[in-house]
Write a protein that binds this ligand. Structure first.
Ligand code: SF4
Length: 420
């Protein structure tokens, strides 16, 4: 088919990334369900290569509630690895038959595609891949974006899969019509380096809180001007002291953090293969707890110990790596993973998920930093990919929000204590 030009909006790191394959310390098919689309499944059924056909027989299973996109899945082996992952750390299907024989999921990963207003395609990447973290998030410069002209005939992997059309109210409701302006404002605020990242996240929360109020009042047309006003105030320095009233309240901070600790303990216990760094974290902190505290899952008392480590390791971490947190959250918001990901959440509740992620990363990094005496690049990359995987594959964000809400702890003020 003839190739035609299409406009693609993407972060500039997108065109610099390439998978490093066997040199990667991780691999994408460990521990996760990999779904196969119907057309690829049919191609797999026709494979004549005896070695591949043998693995295919046992290693691919159709799904009960199958559809075009999720038709079958790979059956992971005892080590929770894809059956086609060979001893050279390569995919046998790609090695023998080429990239075009990969299912849509494997062709795309770790890339993410969306169709936005005016039929424009947007491409970005999940921070679940360590090489993506190195290429996209570690550079000191703020993340930049471009619109490029790609040549496509419609068969490209980035044109397959599910699109989220921002302009279609069935995706994000009426607020979705202004998703472009809201997202742009959030990114501008997050990239305002005169404030600490923590304060920038909080200002994003203030904006999304206002957007949620406007949504309830059905004042959708006011959203773009409100978003622009928050950006202007941030750039003018109006929010320079925004977190001061919330400093130094250890009891409230411990109460908010203990919900997150509870979550890490549960996730780490249930999914230790996917989250080995959670397991390391749990081993460390349970070593500080009494049998009684463990029995009662009483994590708030032990937060004092974590707090000491945060005071020790977080300032030097920020001095060296704060821009990585900025890039992480900018990427999350650009890809709409952090802004309109869960249809059941309000824009303000999406902010709570950002605050949760910031606080969880801080605890994980500072507790695990103790061993080496600092947060080095390997630990930072490991925690970011862990956190991104956790956020992508679980619905715990909603459960944590419900938990906060049940006790009246989901207010902006309480979120400030969580971020402190
Ligand atoms: S995690 Fe990233 S770099 Fe590693 S094998 Fe997967 S796509 Fe390639």
């Amino acid at each position: 088919m003839e190739k035609k030009p299409i406009a693609v909006l993407h972060p500039d790191y997108y065109t610099k990334f390439s998978c490093i394959g066997p040199a990667c310390e991780d691999h994408c098919c460990k521990g996760w369900s990999i779904y196969i689309d119907k057309s690829t499944y049919k191609k797999y059924k026709r494979i004549s290569d005896p070695e591949l056909a043998k693995v295919m027989n046992k290693g691919v299973q159709t799904l009960k509630g199958r559809n075009e996109q999720n038709f079958a899945k790979f059956v992971l082996n005892a080590d929770m690895v894809c059956p086609f992952y060979d001893e050279d750390k390569l995919c046998m299907i790609q090695k023998k038959l080429g990239e075009t024989m990969l299912c849509t999921t494997c062709q795309q990963y770790p890339r993410l595609n969306r169709m936005t207003r005016m039929g424009q395609v947007e491409l970005s990447m999940y921070a679940t891949c360590p090489e993506m973290v190195r290429v996209a998030l570690l550079p000191k410069e703020p993340m930049t974006f471009s619109i490029s002209e790609f040549q496509a005939d419609g068969s490209e992997f980035y044109l397959k899969g599910t699109y989220a059309d921002l302009t279609n109210p069935s995706y994000f409701g009426e607020t979705g019509k202004h998703a472009w302006e809201i997202r742009e404002a959030c990114i501008d605020i997050l990239q305002c380096r005169t404030l600490p990242v923590r304060d920038r996240i909080f200002v994003v929360g203030m904006l999304l809180n206002r957007i949620t109020e406007l949504e309830a009042e059905k004042e959708f047309d006011k959203m773009p001007s409100v978003a622009a006003a928050y950006v202007a105030k941030t750039l003018d320095g109006d929010f320079a002291d925004i977190m001061k009233p919330f400093a130094e309240n250890p009891d409230r901070q411990a109460g908010m953090q203990s919900i997150l600790l509870n979550h890490i303990m549960l996730t780490g216990a249930l999914r230790s293969r996917q989250f080995p760094l959670y397991t390391q974290f749990i081993e460390k902190i349970t070593g500080w707890m009494t049998a009684e505290q463990l029995e009662e899952s009483n994590y708030s008392q032990m937060y004092g110990h974590i707090s000491t480590l945060i005071q020790q390791y977080w300032p030097p971490f920020l001095a060296k790596w704060e821009h990585v947190l900025e890039n992480y959250f900018v990427n999350l918001l650009f890809s709409l993973q952090g802004l309109f990901k869960h249809p059941a959440l309000t824009p303000y509740q999406h902010f709570i998920t950002l605050a949760e992620q910031y606080s969880m990363m801080r605890m994980l990094l500072c507790v695990l930093a103790e061993e080496k005496g600092e947060v080095d690049e390997a630990l930072l990359t490991g925690i970011i990919t862990t956190q991104a995987n956790e956020a992508m594959h679980s619905d715990t964000a909603k459960r944590i929000i419900d938990n906060y809400a049940a006790n009246g702890n989901d207010t902006l003020a309480q979120m400030a204590f969580l971020l402190q």
